[in-house]
Design a protein around this ligand. Structure first.
Ligand code: MRU
Length: 358
């Protein structure tokens, strides 16, 4: 199985000398600025403000934030320590509600802390183990993405043009990328001919971040306004759609960046396969359907302003729903690190999470 190479393994976040460093994604691609955080509250704020974003990446950020929260506490690793850590965990997980990877990573970290505390370890020992666990979460995520790249690349039509939405690259993950990782792998195999990236209004993850990654990877690509996708498909220019997910319910309904549902409907109308690539940490078997997924509403300013400048008249109402839900019937297959899940998803996704996908 391939490893992420130096060329492909750009990481948007890292643990350095007892603190968290991350590249500020609100400034890309104009400025490449790395920020440093030593307080978990500031990491939670960076997640909320989308200085770091993308479901798996905010999971990694949440894990490092919890390690910082533990390091803040002096004294004994007792029940009081644990309840303070749980409080910090709730605060971190609340930063963004839709992507389940954040709550998943916080829960995984709290489980490790609980185990260590019940073993009467010192705070130093607990903190040390939490830092290692957070690094493991990041390493595992990157490795999962590389595996997804291999499982997903073979699904993409040879010589085809692929459309993707939002940013699902190295920036959105522990490293390498989910859907963009699949695209990266397929491109390096010479399998696909072209990539169309949507701008992804209003936060412009496609225009600012995916375009940045595609150019750096030297992948032949074109940026389109979100509203151009239908006409492009009608003219036969798109041969597959692949994008990521923030949470996948047990029945295969997919919550992802707003606009995903419209693309799925368009793909169905034009007979184009519609693929989702996501690690199993994005699958939430506790929710029977996408109707149960909490959908984040973001500040109106993301719609009304561009680079701090108001572009719409005062007085207009604004709706900034950050994610939508695509019903499973429109999803051709879901690529995970354990293989490719197809309908009926209630069975295949359970198998994917258990590592028993055929
Ligand atoms: O609001 P964002 O930028 O965090 O939304 C990101 C997405 O919707 C991605 O498609 C999703 O997190 C998958 S990232 C590998």
């Amino acid at each position: 199985m391939a490893q992420a190479t130096e060329k492909t393994s750009f990481r948007p976040i890292r643990w350095v000398d007892g603190g968290v460093e991350l590249i500020d994604q609100t400034l890309l691609p104009l400025d490449e600025v790395w920020l440093r955080f030593d307080d978990y509250r500031d990491v939670a704020a960076a997640v909320r403000e989308m200085k770091i974003r993308g479901a798996p990446a905010i999971g990694v950020a949440g894990a490092y934030a919890l390690a910082l929260a533990a390091a803040e506490t002096a004294g004994r690793a007792d029940a009081d320590f644990m309840s303070r850590l749980e409080r910090a965990g709730r605060e971190i997980a609340a930063a963004r509600p839709t992507a389940v990877n954040l709550a998943w990573a916080v829960d995984r970290m709290l489980d490790v802390a609980r185990r260590k505390v019940s073993g009467n370890d010192t705070v130093d020992a607990v903190v040390g183990e939490l830092i290692e666990e957070a690094k493991r979460i990041q390493d595992e995520d990157e490795a999962a993405n590389v595996r997804m790249g291999e499982f997903g690349a073979v699904l993409l039509p040879e010589g085809g043009s692929i459309l993707t939405h939002c940013n699902t690259g190295a920036l959105a993950t522990g490293g390498f990328g989910t859907a963009l990782g699949v695209i990266r792998t397929a491109w390096s195999q010479g399998r696909i001919a072209h990539v169309y990236a949507t701008e992804t209004r209003p936060f412009m993850q496609g225009a600012r971040l995916t375009a940045w990654e595609l150019v750096r990877a030297k992948i032949d690509s074109t940026l389109i306004p979100d509203s151009a996708a239908g006409q492009l498909m009608r003219r036969g220019k798109v041969h597959a759609v692949i994008l990521g997910a923030d949470r996948i319910a047990a029945n295969g309904d997919v919550a992802n960046k707003i606009g995903t549902y419209s693309l799925a409907v368009l793909a169905r109308q034009h007979g184009i396969p519609f693929y989702v690539a996501a690690p199993t940490s994005t699958i939430d078997l506790s929710l029977p359907s996408g109707d149960d997924i909490p959908i984040e509403e973001r500040p109106a300013e993301e719609v009304t302003h561009i680079y701090g400048r108001r572009i719409v008249p005062e007085g207009i109402g604004v709706l900034n729903t950050a994610f939508d839900v695509t019903p499973h019937e429109l999803v051709t297959a879901i690529v995970t690190e354990n293989g490719v899940a197809q309908g009926p998803y209630t069975i295949s996704l359970k198998n994917a999470t258990e590592g028993t996908l055929g």
